[in-house]
Design a binder for this molecule. Structure first.
Ligand code: ATP
Length: 429
């Protein structure tokens, strides 16, 4: 029989990673006779979820299991979670097993868990109605992510990530990956792998900064190149094992199109509108501006880590037509959209008043005094009737789509080069 085993909430800020728990459980399940139906799935859920530890990841293991060994496989998965989850530090794991028939009934829940905040009771209802088996610990909040991961829609899992894990004695220590080799790998696999290195900030992006078992992760649009990419990295510590996941990272599926009046906190939205207030730079180098769409006005923020992206935001003018993509955060002064992407749809013509040019020699003129006309700085000709002229100012920004620095990019956000090459609109999913 086909079973989709969902696992979530096994880690704390102190240690562990649900992908590691899933990968170990997968190996133990295989040793008991379970077969992989696919790569394991690394499913990112709502990036604004207040309960997340880091990247709001859950895991699904799609398996073919003989009914006679399902009990053994299930017990092995639960034992793995009990053994590895950081239960003392507040992890509330949940594990579910759904059959193939149940998956259509989970589809809507999956999309909601990516785009909204859902209640544990909603997951419990689905589990009680459709699951073959379930297990939870503590508050069992992990059942939300586990159910959503098991219900993930495969068409939305269009990218891959190879995760290499460290041996236990290295957990919490500095990761020994040669940065130059990351750049070499990035160059060799450009257009296939992505977000390996942030050239703007000079930062390696394949290694996380958390004390978890993950040594490094390589993201890609193809699974078959990933082991080759790994071999190009000079890794100066042992790799316990690695696993290639199918994932919904870099797909933009978290965005919903909204008018300002219907924007809700903790969702990720696309709002189209006009710049309603001059961009302002606040202490820390963050750039804020207002966007209005006729139904209301929202503050949009490009924070310092977004890098050079802020220069584009700074150069916008009142009346420019834009689409802003980002996470809606409640702030004391109202809702703020934390920018992840910006489309400058139409730049408004901006005019300035300048001194006129001399009609004889073409040089710039200078005012003689209020209402007294202008004198040419070159030939000295005085024109008492000359007045200021209105000229169109060359804008320092171009129409187009802009993205934040690689190091500031959230897991679900699709890089622009990938958007251009796939051409699909994730909001339509
Ligand atoms: P890591 O990425 O390191 O694996 P994490 O960031 O995934 O960690 P978890 O420890 O898994 O964080 O905690 C996230 C918790 O939030 C889980 O209990 C999960 O079930 C729950 N959750 C996930 N998405 C939602 C959502 N949309 N609404 C409500 N709860 C959610």
């Amino acid at each position: 029989m086909r079973v989709y085993v969902g696992i979530d909430d096994t880690d704390s800020k102190r240690s562990m990673c649900t992908t590691y728990v899933g990968a170990v459980a997968l190996r133990r399940a295989e040793s008991l006779g379970a077969r992989r139906l696919d790569h394991p799935w690394l499913v990112r859920l709502n990036p604004n979820c207040p309960y997340k530890t880091r990247g709001n990841a859950a895991v699904c293991l799609p398996l073919e299991v003989d009914p006679s060994v399902f009990g053994d496989v299930w017990r092995a998965v639960i034992e793995t979670v009990e053994e590895l989850a950081d239960l003392e530090s507040g992890a509330d794991p949940g594990v579910v097993a759904f059959g193939e028939d149940a998956r259509p009934g989970l589809r809507r829940f999956y999309f909601r868990a990516v785009r909204e905040i859902v209640e544990l009771e909603e997951a419990m209802e689905l589990v009680r109605t459709f699951a073959i088996a379930h297990w939870g610990y503590g508050e069992m909040r992990g059942l939300i992510g586990a159910t959503a991961a098991a219900g993930a829609v495969k068409e939305t899992l269009s990218t891959f990530e190879l995760l290499a894990y460290r041996t236990r004695e290295m957990w919490g220590k500095e990761r020994l990956v040669d940065p130059e080799s990351v750049k070499e790998m990035d160059r060799a696999y450009r257009g296939v792998t992505f977000d390996n290195y942030d050239y703007e900030k000079g930062e390696v992006r394949v290694t996380p900064h958390t004390p978890c078992p993950v040594l490094l992760g390589i993201r890609s649009v193809r699974a078959d190149v990933l082991t080759g990419a790994l071999t190009l990295l000079r890794v100066n510590e042992p790799i316990e094992f690695f696993e290639v996941y199918r994932t919904n990272q870099a797909t933009d599926i978290h965005y919903v199109e909204r008018q300002v009046q219907s924007v809700r906190p903790l969702e990720s939205v696309v709002v189209r509108g006009l710049v309603a207030g001059r961009p302002r730079v606040i202490p820390g180098g963050h750039v804020l501006l207002e966007v209005s769409d006729g139904t209301g006005e929202i503050t949009v923020a490009a924070y310092e880590p977004t890098g050079e992206f802020r220069r584009v935001v700074e150069r916008l003018e009142v009346g420019d037509e834009v689409a802003v993509y980002g996470a809606v955060k409640p702030k004391p002064e109202g809702l703020t959209l934390n920018l992840e992407k910006l489309e400058v749809i139409r730049l408004r013509d901006v005019y300035a008043e300048r001194a006129p040019r001399c009609q004889d020699c073409g040089r710039a003129m200078k005012s003689v005094g209020s209402g007294k006309g202008y004198r040419c700085k070159g030939c000295g000709r005085v024109d008492p009737n000359a007045t200021k002229v209105r000229v169109r100012v060359e804008r320092e920004v171009r129409e187009g789509v802009y993205e934040v620095a690689v190091s500031a990019r959230r897991h679900l956000v699709r890089p622009l080069w990938l958007q251009a090459s796939s051409g699909s609109d994730a909001c339509a999913v």
